[in-house]
Design a protein around this ligand. Structure first.
Ligand code: GLY
Length: 296
């Protein structure tokens, strides 16, 4: 746990350094997410989960209040999909590139890594353990089994993301994930879906989500958080209210958000048991486990 908190502190510091150096909110969220993707300790980038049949398919999305919007889905051999998502926005006329097409762009940009970077023998062993547990499940519902596994096996999810506001009042959000362990090949969650796994609105705020993508897409969680900020709520109240409404509509144990409003106030809310968060503000950097530590 301490290791993961260290990564979050490092990511928040890195993002803050970028802002201090005059970088934009977009630069800051991408840099912060790259730190988390490279850590190998979180479910994104190098640490990404594997599909049921043992491949790593990664998703990421990035958006700024200025209208930059890019995402990639189900990409293999890309260590930093958040960088590729940004390049989709900057270099193409598209918003979302998937699979082989996105990998071709990654190759042209020198963003491909050897397969062994994302699919390691240790991960393949973990996959076999999880499959054995999954097979023993008594319930036939895919998500119900996954939820039970999450209870037994913390760290099964763990999408990473960041939201930031810069000195000029610019806002941005970025989110990156390996999806979840045992997902079907080709399955895409909320992370590369604007409004679901990430969202930013000029003069309003930005939001990044983590949790079960199927539920987050149904609820359009990040868009809802930003809409509530636009109605006058601060980031914390908007995050609380959106997650409360999501719990009411779809049940608990599904998601968490990190949000920031254009005034620079941060908000974290979740209806899972725990959520790891980090933030940096005026030189103060903190990372914590919110929720019930005894469940880890
Ligand atoms: N929130 C990550 C996913 O469901 O893929």
């Amino acid at each position: 746990m301490e290791e993961r908190l260290r990564v979050l502190r490092e990511a928040a510091s890195r993002g803050f350094e970028v802002l201090e150096g005059g970088g934009s909110a977009l630069d800051a969220v991408v840099e912060a997410v790259v730190v988390m993707e490279d850590s190998g300790l979180l479910n994104a980038g190098v640490g990404s989960a594997l599909t049921f049949d043992g491949v790593a398919e990664l998703d990421a999305g990035v958006m700024s209040g200025d209208g930059l919007l890019g995402a990639v889905a189900a990409v293999r051999r890309v260590k930093n999909p958040v960088v590729l998502a940004r390049r989709v926005a900057e270099l193409t006329d598209h918003v979302l590139l998937v699979g082989e097409g996105a990998e071709r762009l990654a190759e042209a940009l020198g963003l491909l890594v050897p397969e062994g970077v994302l699919v390691t023998p240790e991960k393949l062993r973990r996959l076999e353990e999880l499959k054995a547990r999954w097979r023993r499940g008594e319930d036939f519902g895919w998500l119900t089994r996954l939820r039970r596994l999450v209870e037994e096996y913390p760290g099964l999810f763990g999408t990473v993301g960041a939201a930031a506001v810069d000195r000029a009042g610019g806002v941005a959000a970025a989110t990156s994930t390996g999806g979840y362990w045992l997902k079907m090949r080709g399955r895409v969650g909320d992370t590369p879906i604007p409004g679901a796994g990430f969202y930013a609105a000029k003069g309003v705020g930005a939001c990044s989500a983590t949790g079960i993508g199927e539920a987050i897409i149904r609820f359009m969680l990040c868009r809802r958080v930003c809409d509530l900020i636009a109605l006058g709520l601060d980031a914390q109240s908007a995050a609380d209210e959106a997650v409360r409404r999501m719990s009411e509509e779809l049940g608990r144990g599904l998601a968490g958000v990190a949000a920031v409003d254009a005034a620079g106030r941060v908000g974290f809310a979740f209806n899972t048991e725990v959520m790891l968060v980090g933030y940096a503000r005026r030189g103060k950097v903190e990372a914590k486990l919110l929720g019930a530590p005894q469940s880890l």
